[in-house]
Design a protein around this ligand. Structure first.
Ligand code: MG
Length: 343
């Protein structure tokens, strides 16, 4: 039996990306026999908190395999109710958490892959006025990696990045344009950002612009990653050779199960793997954290941008270094002040 709870994540600051700015983000939490999961649906992908909650309720009417067989359950719900990746993700995370708790082991140990080097997340600076973005970057100077959201106006973007680099000559910087650039913008940005020592450029082009992506990759002096273009393992074969890396997010894959398939295929195809997130509570972020040992790059700051996380889980030190919890399953715990609301 899946129990469904709604939660409104309050953001510390308005969070802007190329296509919109948000101050709150509604998420849906799922509880299954002791396990917690989360959906943070994106309107851009045709999903909402309402559709995710309704889908989770519908799963209750399906005749599902043994819940211990997480992969079989997830394949069954996807076959019965296609789409709604965030809802499926909530069930998938809850089932992995449930299984880990039953077996008494943290998920990363069940997967058999622990951290072999420090796991460091970037901290994201959303789009705003240049002045506000510089202030936010100064406030986040403790983090060793900053990810800058760009993609509304390439000339302003490059002016901002030039000033940021002048102020922070040593900082590891990454850029995410969230599909906001034309090919000409992206070529110009890639050349300039490479000169500024930016590590990589994420999703510069519109979703599905594969011919332009190939032209960009051939001409770009810096690595190009995709995010909006890479949802599941099925998206990867056509991206082979035209991107350097992919951003894997549980809300796009539909959970940990598909994310693990995707990591394996990305490695086979020679792609770098980044693990990212939406605005989420510690449930979603910690679930992604259990896959962090597989990743080259991490962007798991979704709960750091909020002020009302009902859960504790993955720990983040002031410089962005992540520590996985050792509790069984996800290792997340509901904060006592939320116990009544999520009872
Ligand atoms: Mg992105």
């Amino acid at each position: 039996m899946i129990r469904v709870f709604r939660h409104e994540c309050q953001l510390a600051n308005p969070f802007g990306i190329a296509r919109e700015t948000k101050t709150t983000v509604p998420v849906v939490l799922a509880h299954v026999d002791g396990g917690w999961g989360e959906a943070s649906p994106l309107k851009f992908y045709g999903e909402s908190a309402d559709s995710a909650a309704a889908t989770l309720e519908k799963y209750n009417s399906l005749d599902l395999p043994d819940l211990d067989q997480v992969e079989d359950v997830i394949d069954a719900v996807e076959a019965a109710i296609p789409g709604e990746a965030a809802a499926r993700c909530a069930l998938d995370i809850a089932l992995w958490d449930r299984l880990g708790r039953r077996l008494g082991a943290p998920l990363w140990k069940m997967f058999g892959k622990g951290p072999t080097r420090p796991m460091v997340t970037s901290f994201t600076i959303g789009i705003d006025t240049m002045e506000t973005m510089l202030r936010k970057a100064d406030e986040a100077a403790q983090y060793s990696i900053l990810k800058i959201k760009l993609g509304r106006d390439v000339a302003q973007d490059l002016a901002f990045m030039t000033e940021l680099r002048r102020r922070m000559p040593e900082k590891t910087l990454r850029v995410d344009a969230n599909a906001g650039y034309s090919l000409d913008d992206a070529l110009r940005a890639a050349a300039a950002l490479a000169d500024l020592g930016v590590e990589y450029l994420e999703q510069p082009l519109a979703r599905g612009a594969f011919d332009d992506l190939k032209r960009l990759k051939d001409a770009s002096p810096m690595p190009i990653f995709v995010d909006e273009d890479s949802h599941t393992a099925r998206d990867l074969p056509r991206l082979a050779g035209i991107v350097d890396g992919i951003n894997i997010k549980l809300m796009k894959t539909g959970g940990i199960t598909e994310a693990r398939r995707m990591i394996a295929l990305a490695r086979t195809l020679g792609m770098r793997v980044m693990i990212g997130c939406m605005i989420e509570t510690a449930v979603g972020i910690t679930a992604a954290g259990h896959l962090a040992p597989y990743a080259d790059n991490l962007d798991l700051d979704g709960n750091l941008l909020t002020v009302n996380d009902p859960f504790t889980g993955l720990k983040c030190s002031p410089d962005g270094t992540l520590t996985l919890p050792d509790g069984p399953g996800l290792g997340v715990e509901l904060r006592p002040e939320y116990a009544d609301r999520f009872a």
